[in-house]
Ligand binder design. Structure first.
Ligand SMILES: [Zn+2]
Length: 208
């Protein structure tokens, strides 16, 4: 896989996703987040994990915010959203739509999460998707310490599968399906038909 993959966020989900991508032979991986300190800690953990699996890749640390989102994302083929901050998720969605880069999104808190692979040209942007799935009011940033590690492992691994598929152009990714998981009740739901919205300035313009 020669594709360049950018992982946004310094969460446990981001760590699991990065580690799994290293294990499947991702060629180029970079991490970006809002805290330089957290990025550094994450890079250190990945270095240790890589040594264990003999899968060392160059892991660069970059900051990500609303100002330089496009400058950063421009250099990548696939972007993974493992961030906590909902405003930054929208910033990532906007930039990926404008630059026609696929975005593998995970959002939620506690035991309830959603997974959505946004493919510009086919998919609705996150601004259009959130109201469709009943997220009108963005949850406050969650307490990372309160996350349940097995949940993060599942979600990070699912993101790694999606990112690896996009990076290697292997397998199928419809781009208009969202998966909702409630790990406590055991319910899973697939929301379909999340196509680009014709009158949306973000995803509508990218319709093919
Ligand atoms: Zn849209």
């Amino acid at each position: 896989m020669n594709a360049r993959i950018l992982i946004l966020g310094t969460t446990e989900i981001a760590f699991v996703c990065a580690e799994q991508l290293m294990r499947v032979g991702a060629g180029h991986l970079e991490l970006a987040g809002s805290s330089v300190y957290d990025l550094h800690l994450l890079a250190e953990r990945l270095e240790a994990a890589g040594a264990k699996h003999c899968t060392q890749v160059g892991v660069a640390e970059r900051t990500f915010d609303a100002h330089d989102s496009e400058d950063l994302i421009r250099n990548f083929d696939v972007v993974v959203d493992a961030m906590v901050d909902w405003q930054l998720k929208l910033v990532a969605s906007d930039a990926c739509m404008r630059l026609t880069k696929p975005l593998v999104h995970v959002g939620g808190e506690g035991f309830r999460y959603q997974l959505y692979t946004m493919r510009p040209g086919r998919s609705a942007c996150l601004r259009c998707v959130f109201p469709r799935i009943g997220i009108d009011d963005f949850p406050k940033a969650q307490d990372e310490d309160a996350s349940f590690p097995p949940v993060a492992s599942v979600l990070g691994s699912l993101q790694a599968i999606e990112a690896a598929k996009l990076a290697s152009r292997f397998g199928a990714s419809q781009g208009n399906e969202l998966f909702k998981f409630d790990f406590l009740s055991g319910e899973m739901e697939m929301v379909t038909g999340l196509d680009a919205v014709s009158d949306c300035p973000d995803c509508g313009n990218r319709r093919r």
